[in-house]
Write a protein that binds this ligand. Structure first.
Ligand code: SAH
Ligand code: SF4
Length: 412
C-alpha cells in the first residue's frame, strides 16, 4: 500500500538531553506559557501577547525554532531561545507495517520509552497515543500489562506524540503567518483523507497505559489537542479507552468530554476477574452503571464496548446474548467493537476462529446493536491493539506471574 505523507523523522537511537536548564513549553496551558514568560522577566502585557503568538506557532504551525516565529521581534527571539525550548520526543525507531500502519518507539528526555501508532484508513487516519510507560494493571491478554508501571507520561509527552505525528506526516500548514488563517486550503495535497486534506484525523487514547490513572496529564494534553487555535481536533474525533476505572469516568465525561470506549471483554464476574483483574475492584454492574451515567453519551455519541475475542474463554453464543442483555438492561447507547486477539510472545490465549467471531458478531447485530469486527492492523510490526511494550527487559514467565501478583496486591 502506498503511504501518503512525508518522510519519517530521522531515527537517532540515543536520547540527547533536551533543553538543559531551559523550560519546554510543550504541554503548558496558554496561561502556563504566559506565566513562564512573566517569570522570565516579561511584563504582564508583553507576556500575554507573546504567549498567544507562541501558542499559535507551536500548535497551529508546528514550529520548534523561535527564530522561525516571524511576528515576534527579532531581538526577542534569542532571548526566548536562551530560556525555552519547544521539544519533541526522540524517535528511537520508526517502523512501517505492510498494511501501512506505522509505529514509533519514542524516548522521553529521561530515556523512558513508549510507543505510538498511526493507522491510515480510506476515510480517516487514527493516532493511537500512550498515556503511561507501562501499566499498573495486568489484563491477562495485554502485552503492556506484563510491564510494571514505570511512570505516568506528562501532558507535554502526550501532546508531543501528536506533534511528532504531524511532523512525520508533513501536515503542518505552510506559508506565512499572514496566510495562516487559510493555510488549511494550501495543505490539500494529501488527498482524500479528510475535508481539510490531513491524514491525522482521529486520536485514540489506546496506546500503553490506563489513561484514567493519569487523569490530570491526559486531560491537560487533550485540552491542548482540542484548542481551536492549534491542533483543533474536535472532541468527537477523540476516544479515551478505559479498562474500567469507575470513579474517574464521570470526571472524564464532564471535564474532557471526549468519546468513551470501555474495555469490557467479558460478561461474567468469573471471567472478567480473570482477564481484567481490575474487575475485582470495580465490578461489571458498577462499570455499566457508570457508562449509563456517562455525561454526553447518547444515540449520536455511543459508548464503544471493546471485546477481545479469546478462544473458549469469552466467545460463546451465550456470552454474546448476555452482552446484549446487559446493554439493554442498562439502556446503554452502545456499540461493540470485536477485537480479534493479537498474539504476543508468552501470551497464554489464542484468538477465536474467524467463524466464531462472525457468529458472535451476528448475534449482537441481530439484536439491533452494531458489532463490527476490527481488522487487525500492524501485527507484523507488533503495532496492533495490546501488542505495545517498551524497555529492553523481557521478563520470564515466573517474573510475569510475580509482577501480576504485585499488581493484584496493589489493587487490594
Ligand atoms: N488501558 C486502556 C487503553 C489501552 S488498550 C484500556 O485497557 O482500555 C486498548 C485496547 O486494546 C483495550 O481494549 C485493550 O483491552 C485491548 N487489548 C489489549 N491487549 C490486546 C490484545 N492482545 N489483542 C487485542 N486487543 C487487546
Ligand atoms: Fe493496561 Fe489497558 Fe493493557 Fe489492561 S489492556 S494492562 S489497562 S494497557
Amino acid at each position: 500500500m502506498q503511504i501518503p505523507g512525508h518522510i519519517d523523522p530521522v531515527t537517532t537511537g540515543t536520547v540527547p538531553l533536551r533543553g538543559g536548564n531551559r523550560t519546554d513549553l510543550v504541554g503548558l496551558t496558554r496561561d502556563g506559557i504566559r506565566a513562564a514568560l512573566e517569570e522570565a522577566g516579561l511584563d504582564a502585557k508583553a507576556a500575554k501577547l507573546r504567549s498567544k503568538q507562541i501558542w499559535h506557532w507551536i500548535y497551529h504551525r508546528g514550529v520548534t525554532d523561535f527564530d522561525a516565529m516571524t511576528d515576534i521581534a527579532k531581538t526577542m527571539r534569542p532571548w526566548l531561545t536562551e530560556r525555552f525550548i519547544v521539544g519533541r520526543p526522540t524517535v528511537v525507531t520508526a517502523q512501517v507495517s505492510n498494511d501501512g500502519t506505522r509505529k514509533w518507539l519514542l524516548a522521553a528526555a529521561d530515556g523512558q520509552e513508549y510507543e505510538m501508532v498511526f493507522i491510515p484508513d480510506a476515510d480517516r487516519g487514527t493516532l493511537c497515543v500512550s498515556s503511561q510507560v507501562g501499566c499498573t494493571l495486568n489484563c491477562r491478554f495485554c502485552h503492556t500489562g506484563t510491564m510494571r508501571l514505570v511512570r505516568n507520561l506528562t501532558a507535554g509527552e502526550i501532546v508531543g506524540q501528536v506533534l511528532l505525528a504531524r511532523d512525520a506526516l508533513g501536515e503542518w500548514p505552510k506559508g506565512t503567518m499572514a496566510s495562516a488563517a487559510d493555510a488549511d486550503d494550501e495543505d490539500d495535497e494529501a488527498g482524500h483523507y479528510t475535508a481539510d486534506g490531513r491524514m491525522l484525523t482521529n486520536i485514540v487514547m489506546m496506546g500503553m497505559g490506563e489513561p484514567l490513572y493519569n487523569f490530570d496529564e491526559v486531560k491537560g494534553a487533550l485540552k491542548i489537542v482540542m484548542d481551536g487555535d492549534g491542533l483543533a481536533l474536535s472532541k468527537r474525533r477523540i476516544t479515551l479507552s478505559t479498562s474500567g476505572v469507575v470513579p474517574m469516568m464521570a470526571r472524564a465525561g464532564e471535564e474532557i468530554g471526549v468519546n468513551l470506549a470501555v474495555s469490557l471483554h467479558a460478561v461474567s464476574k468469573e471471567i472478567r476477574d480473570e482477564i481484567v483483574p481490575l474487575n475485582r475492584k470495580y465490578g461489571i454492574e458498577e462499570l455499566l452503571q457508570a457508562c449509563a451515567d456517562y455525561p454526553g453519551a447518547n444515540n449520536a455519541r455511543r459508548i464503544t464496548f471493546e471485546y477481545v475475542m479469546l478462544k473458549d474463554k469469552n466467545d460463546s453464543d451465550a456470552d454474546a446474548r448476555e452482552l446484549v442483555r446487559l446493554i439493554k438492561q442498562y439502556r446503554l447507547p452502545a456499540k461493540v467493537n470485536l477485537i480479534p486477539f493479537n498474539p504476543w510472545p508468552g501470551a497464554i490465549y489464542e484468538c477465536s476462529s474467524p467463524e466464531r467471531v462472525r457468529a458472535f458478531s451476528n448475534i449482537i447485530f441481530e439484536h439491533g446493536i452494531s458489532a463490527p469486527i476490527r481488522t487487525p492492523r500492524g501485527r507484523d510490526i507488533m503495532a496492533a491493539c495490546g501488542q505495545l511494550k517498551s524497555a529492553a527487559t523481557k521478563p520470564s514467565r515466573a517474573e510475569l506471574d510475580r509482577i501480576a501478583e504485585e499488581k493484584q496486591a496493589a489493587l487490594g
